[in-house]
Design a binder for this molecule. Structure first.
Ligand code: PAF
Length: 281
């Protein structure tokens, strides 16, 4: 497996490659969910590049940029064992040579400042910008993203379409622990009692989808009851909302393809999850 720390090295290698190439963008600290993305990538292309870059542009001032776990050696070992062809782990100065303030940025309108974007201003501008840069640097045919970050996935789909990137975006369904908790690097921050409580988040999403599909219940009522249930269990709510899948605008009675999305805190750990479903099953 090749390890590239600069875009020049990566480009020189990329120019010599034949066949199709899949990119799995990550911020490192890899868990089974990331390795599943690699597996899917290998099914869709001849070669797989994994990028590992803790992107400062998507962190807010009070967020965990400095303490975000950086585990490059262990990550590379796991990726080499999985037969990944190359890892691209650039320096911040290589990705943002003119500094963050001077960086041209990409903002996907209407979808970037709602849900997670409302409580993390600028976050999705940082994500869209770095993913566009990675597409230009790696030049993949296919890129794989987890559906756990549903809003991120839809923003990247829209950006790819709007900017005509010749990249196929594949969303991989969320990997879960046996008790239903979505796999995430941030699960490691949970205390033992918080970890025991965390799967309630997914149970609530399932019961909302079930109530809308089978009990003909008013979605707003189902959401209001679920917010109370989560608060009573010990979660501090950020949002719990029902949206239509494509662009995450409010779901109307005519929308068939829906997604219920949640963000809530357990202690100081912010957990997110979502469940896409069809209104009529
Ligand atoms: O999902 C992530 O890990 C990041 O947001 C991504 C897509 C790698 C961009 O930095």
């Amino acid at each position: 497996m090749q390890l590239f720390n600069s875009r020049e090295e990566l480009r020189a290698w990329r120019r010599q490659q034949k066949g199709t190439l899949a990119l799995v963008p990550t911020m490192g600290n890899l868990h089974e969910g990331h390795l599943k993305l690699v597996e899917i990538a290998q099914q869709h292309a001849d070669q797989v590049v994994v990028s590992i870059f803790v992107n400062p542009m998507q962190f807010g001032t009070n967020e965990d940029l400095d303490s975000y776990p950086r585990t490059l050696d262990a990550d590379c070992q796991a990726l080499a064992e999985r037969g990944v062809n190359a890892v691209f782990a650039p320096q911040v100065s290589d990705v943002y040579p003119r500094g963050l303030d001077a960086q041209t940025s990409i903002e996907v309108p209407h979808i970037s400042d709602i849900l997670c974007g409302a409580s993390r201003p600028g976050h999705f501008r940082g994500v869209a910008t770095v993913v566009a840069k990675l597409f230009n640097m790696v030049q993949p045919d296919v890129a794989i993203f987890g559906q756990k970050d549903y809003q991120q996935l839809q923003i990247i789909r829209l950006m790819t379409e709007d900017l005509s990137f010749p990249v196929e975006i594949i969303g991989m369904s969320t990997e879960r622990a046996s008790d239903g908790l979505a796999l995430s690097s941030r699960n490691g921050y949970l205390s033992t009692s918080e970890r025991r409580l965390a799967p309630v988040l997914y149970q609530v999403l399932q019961s909302i989808a079930h109530a809308i599909q089978h009990d003909n219940i008013d979605p707003e009522q189902a959401l209001a009851e679920a917010r109370i249930a989560l608060q009573e269990s010990g979660f501090r709510m950020d949002y719990l909302e029902l949206k239509r899948q494509d662009d995450l605008q409010p779901a109307t009675a005519d929308d068939e393809q829906l997604v219920v999305l949640v963000a809530a805190y357990l202690g100081s750990t912010r957990l997110i999850d979502n469940l896409p479903f069809s209104r009529n099953n």
